[in-house]
Design a protein around this ligand. Structure first.
Ligand SMILES: Nc1ncnc2c1ncn2[C@@H]1O[C@H](COP(=O)(O)OP(=O)(O)OP(=O)(O)O)[C@@H](O)[C@H]1O
Length: 213
């Protein structure tokens, strides 16, 4: 699935002048399989971008197309299907269930798509060095541990695009590299792409495309 942007401006950002390289008020496409970095300082619209691509908000002018289909025309059922099979997210606020354990948070998603066995989920926790948290309540984990759970949950479903809004903001460099390696591996296995929003391009990975806000 390719994603096309045609002169999109979110309503809250309508009265700001957008520079020539900004994704806002410009036309460009993201091709299936691309690894994309979206750079911006705080308050420029990263979360608005992620929420718009997830169907959580529709308050923008211009057009966004998934292949030939306009996002504004999608029904609730279309969005449910997309989010089950084609789009996966790590939101900035993570959207974990704080009263449930790590296992329960991961299995709620995994039960829908049957992507992984329990052993495979545990192996992903091991790769991100939180295997001892399997039975712990999510709300009692550190923010960095919660980010790693949210990343693993997002990887536990089929997707063509993975969108991540500042997913490493509470991780040190070593944990960021571990998480990026797992994301790259899982994304490549599916021939998928990802969009990573970040406050700065200080990661050691190369991206196919770098966007600015
Ligand atoms: N529903 C809304 N109503 C009014 N203004 C909004 C709304 N949503 C976002 N904005 C404004 O749009 C701008 C971009 O917000 P957004 O949360 O997308 O920024 P961000 O780049 O993700 O910031 P941060 O890095 O601090 O999380 C901000 O000035 C914000 O106040």
């Amino acid at each position: 699935m390719n994603i096309h942007f045609k002169n999109v401006i979110p309503n809250p950002l309508r009265n700001i002048t957008h520079h020539e390289q900004s994704i806002w008020n410009n036309s460009f496409s993201l091709q299936k399989g691309q690894k994309v970095m979206l750079n911006a300082t705080s308050g420029k619209g990263k979360t608005t971008f992620t929420h718009t691509l997830s169907g959580l908000r529709k308050d923008y002018s211009g057009k966004i197309l998934f292949d030939e289909q306009d996002l504004q025309d999608f029904s609730a059922e279309d969005w449910a299907e997309l989010r089950k099979n084609k789009l996966s997210f790590v939101f900035q606020d993570l959207q974990l269930f704080p009263n449930l354990t790590v296992q329960e948070n991961l299995q709620i998603k995994n039960d829908l798509t049957k992507s992984f066995t329990e052993d495979e989920l545990k192996q992903m926790l091991e790769k991100l060095e939180i295997e001892d948290k399997w039975s712990n309540q999510c709300g009692l984990l550190s923010m960095g541990q919660q980010q790693r759970v949210a990343i693993i949950r997002a990887l536990s479903q089929p997707y063509e695009w993975l969108l991540m809004d500042e997913p490493f903001s509470h991780l040190d460099e070593n944990n960021t590299q571990l998480a990026l390696s797992l994301i790259h591996k899982r994304t490549a296995e599916q021939g998928a792409g990802f969009i990573l929003t970040s406050l700065g391009d200080d990661h050691q990975f190369t991206f196919d495309k770098v966007l600015n806000l």
